[in-house]
Design a protein around this ligand. Sequence first.
Ligand code: FES
Length: 162
Amino acid sequence: MCKAVTTTTSASSMWTCCAVRCRWGGTSGICVAPPPMLASLVPALRAWVSDPRDIHLEAFGPASVPADPSTRSAPPPVAWEVRLARTGRTLVWDGRDANLLDFAERNGVPLESGCRVGSCGACQTRLMSGGVRYPDPPQHTIPAGCCLPCIGTPASALLLDA
Ligand code: FES
């Protein structure tokens, strides 16, 4: 069984990094990599460990980590109206996207983002009305009245400050 721990970031660039610690003879390793490398590394790590929950990732800045499809919740059976106050857009969530960030981007609404796994807080958006659900507890503490679009999905009709 492996246990992945901790992260760090470079002062000169915003890379994602992760560390993996294994129980076998104290073997451990750390990987610091840009998003393209992590796009192949993270799925390989998830396939390698016996329990995907043993991998802990954090990401900073523009880096992104591919979401673990096994942690995605099933799409809701109903459609929700998602209104974006600043852009004046009204969209319909149909469960096709893994999260609200993917949903916004697919609809041509770029939102600020970083890790895309709920740890950095870069995508934090004010939730003006409605509810957002998360498949797992976010690593980033979400202030009251806000949500994390990168890992959240609508639990009701939404009005976002976006
Ligand atoms: S992009 Fe990092 S928490 Fe959403």
